[in-house]
Design a protein. Structure first.
Length: 183
């Protein structure tokens, strides 16, 4: 019986470890402007689970689908989960432009932030902080700014806990499940 308990304990602890979310780096600090001209920092999100993505409003490539998927996440996740869309086109995406874009997706202004700042700050945030691709000079006509289409899950302590493909329905289901489990 003692051997059975030891084996069962090892099996159960192995299962728990295999389903635990990885803990990547700490989400980078930022101090950016949202669509209503208020400053938003990473510290404003402490104690909350949040999902980040990088988009721009003139994009006719992947960004509309990303924002539509964020809108679905807004509807499917508890209100405690925040959403943060960082603009990779800060010269064009002013707070007023971001506000109009957010309205297209029925974004809850208390829950879904659309943030802009200097081009250097956004590049450092995407590439240096979140470890996601961004190249404002190498795109196509539909998407003149090359950027990542991944969603990033961040926990209450500001640790990145997962990267999820935007175009994969199974990845989005995992994101929903993982975000709920972090709550």
């Amino acid at each position: 019986m003692k051997a059975f308990v030891v084996v069962l304990t090892l099996v159960l602890s192995g299962c728990a470890a295999s389903t635990a979310l990885p803990e990547y780096s700490l989400a980078p600090d930022f101090d950016l402007t949202d669509r209503s001209n208020r400053q938003v920092t990473r510290q404003d999100l402490e104690g909350q689970v949040w999902i980040a993505d990088f988009i721009f409003t003139r994009c006719t490539g992947i960004c509309p689908a990303m924002s539509a998927n964020m809108a679905k996440l807004q509807n499917k996740l508890p209100k405690e989960v925040r959403l943060v869309s960082f603009s990779v086109d800060p010269d064009h995406d002013t707070p007023a432009v971001l506000s109009e874009y957010a309205d297209r997706y029925n974004a809850d202004s208390e829950r879904w932030f659309f943030l802009t700042g200097s081009a250097g700050a956004i590049e450092q945030l995407s590439v240096g902080g979140f470890k996601l691709a961004l190249d404002p000079t190498a795109g196509s006509e539909a998407e003149p700014i090359t950027h990542s289409s991944r969603f990033v899950l961040v926990d209450q302590q500001g640790h990145i806990r997962g990267y999820y493909g935007n175009e994969d329905p199974e990845a989005l289901d995992r994101l929903i499940s993982d975000a709920r489990n972090l709550l």
